[in-house]
Design a protein around this ligand. Structure first.
Ligand SMILES: Cc1ncc(COP(=O)(O)O)c(C=O)c1O
Length: 483
């Protein structure tokens, strides 16, 4: 990847590294703007831009008349060692309990720290309305057309291909347009594996992936996953060598719930392992455009030379979840995936494919994702700060590098599932940790949605959660059994 950073981005990265290394610790004042400008031989406005960027990244705060200070943060989750070996594959039985949690989270008047949907206020509603009007005027036939033979809208496929140009040349024949990322993943898993097969997943992972494995009568193998760098490639290699897995299902860019990004070297190594063992990877890249890195991280698909990677995504997070348009770049499994799509739901509506093509093919989409990255990084930092103020000091938080959720480790004795009930009684929704594991792990973890604009209501809800966590920390643990 090319790396043509601006001067201010260089300075922000340099100061960010000093903060990460605790040369400037939480609460420390940074050198003054004038001092930095003189020392680095930069203009005052360049230094100001760098400091604003660090503020956006949630690393520092401006105090009027006093300067810039390093933010107080909650403890961060410690890294795993890559020598962890995967445990046994397990059948998944999470659906019943998950549905109860989701139903409770959905009740009226609840502060929504549960589901990870982007709030309307941050979505490009007006721009989508304009695209709807344009397509209605120019192509009214799309309001009525359905075709079984030609399922993809050509302009939508063209825009997907154009957006991937930085990292690869996609063949239009590899692409199957779907009704959401969820459908793309479901078609792919059904195309590459059968009941009884084992699927390697991150641990923790997005609960719908677990529900999917459960619904298909497959087994999950939970791969130890680092909060920063994602799944252990050593563990994946071991599992492949031992013939334990028939397919992988991973979210390498801004995993939900960790927000981890797999380093490029790991992606390259994983792609080589998949080729060597002829194992398919269903890659969920839905948060790829919403990573906080200077450059958009590449998918594993960028390093795939044998067609073993099936890249799935949609525009539900950065454009509108209501369009229900996603896609898969299916590699050597394209025919099987297209067949699955035909028998599952037929073509995805061409009208909304054309609407999304109008949007993502314009500069408005780039502006939209730039805005979302900045705003979401800030909201995550605000949530992380609030947690550090209200939760017990033994708690640790992940440092998400994209998306809009925060994964929190609570004190060992806190049962997040038991804590969910009093939280709902106090009208606060969150996702308990065990919903992200096939084997009931993460009993003392929770995931908070940080997508909503910061408000007094959210601040109070986090304080109340903190009080509950303190209360549960003083109790002997009594975990609720899964299913
Ligand atoms: C990792 C991940 N994949 C997929 C989805 C769902 O995407 P879609 O609405 O396009 O089905 C989500 C939504 O939360 C998600 O977090």
């Amino acid at each position: 990847m090319s790396s043509q950073l601006n001067l201010y981005e260089h300075l922000a990265d340099e100061l960010g590294a000093l903060i990460a290394g605790r040369i400037f610790a939480p609460g420390d004042r940074l050198p003054s703007i004038r001092h930095l400008a003189q020392q680095k031989r930069l203009s005052i406005s360049t230094v100001m831009q760098a400091l604003r960027l660090l503020e956006d990244r949630g690393l520092i705060d401006a105090k009027p008349q006093a300067g810039f200070y390093v933010r107080h943060r909650a403890r961060t989750l410690s890294c795993i060692t890559s020598s962890h070996c995967p445990k046994e594959p397990t059948y998944v039985g999470i659906n019943n309990l998950l549905m109860r949690v989701l139903q409770a989270n959905d009740s009226l008047g609840v502060v929504q720290l549960g589901s990870a949907w982007p709030p309307d206020e941050i979505l490009p509603v007006k721009r989508i309305q304009r695209a709807v009007n344009t397509v209605t005027r120019r192509n009214p036939d799309l309001l009525t057309r359905v075709s079984c033979a030609d399922m993809n809208e050509p302009n939508f496929v063209r825009q997907i291909t154009r957006r991937a140009i930085d990292w690869g040349r996609l063949d239009a024949d590899e692409i199957v347009v779907t009704s959401s990322c969820t459908e793309a993943i479901s078609l792919c898993v059904r195309a590459v594996a059968k009941p009884g097969d084992t699927i390697a997943i991150e641990s923790p992972t997005y609960f719908v992936l677990l529900q999917l494995i459960e619904s298909l009568g497959m087994k999950a193998l939970e791969i130890p996953t680092d909060p920063k760098t994602g799944p252990s490639i050593d563990a994946l290699e071991l599992a492949m060598q031992q013939g334990l897995v028939q397919a992988c299902l991973l979210v390498p860019n801004a995993n939900n719930p960790l927000g981890s990004i797999m380093p490029e070297a790991n992606k390259k190594r994983l792609a080589a392992l998949l080729s060597q063992h002829d194992i398919p990877l269903v890659e969920d890249d839905i948060y790829g455009d919403l990573c906080f890195t200077n450059e958009r991280p590449w998918p594993v698909k960028a390093y795939d030379t044998t067609g073993n990677v099936l890249l799935c995504s949609s525009f539900s997070k950065a454009a509108t979840p209501a369009a229900r348009v996603g896609y898969v770049v299916a590699g050597k499994y394209a025919q099987q995936v297209a067949f699955m799509k035909t028998v599952s739901s037929g073509a995805t509506g061409h009208f909304f494919q054309a609407v999304l093509a109008d949007f993502i093919g314009s500069s408005s989409y780039d502006n939209q994702i730039r805005k979302m990255r900045r705003v979401l990084a800030q909201r995550i930092a605000q949530m992380s700060d609030a947690v550090s103020k209200s939760f017990p000091s033994e708690c640790s938080v992940a440092e998400p590098q994209g998306g809009f959720v925060l994964w929190i480790q609570l004190p060992e004795q806190v049962d997040a599932l038991a804590l969910h009930r009093p939280a709902i009684e106090q009208r606060i929704a969150f996702m308990p940790g065990p919903m992200f594991s096939a084997s009931g792990k993460f009993g003392n973890y929770m995931r908070l949605n940080c997508g909503n604009a910061w408000s007094v209501e959210i601040e109070k809800a986090v304080q109340t959660l903190g009080t509950l966590v303190h209360r549960f920390s003083d109790r002997p643990s009594g975990r609720i059994a899964l299913n």
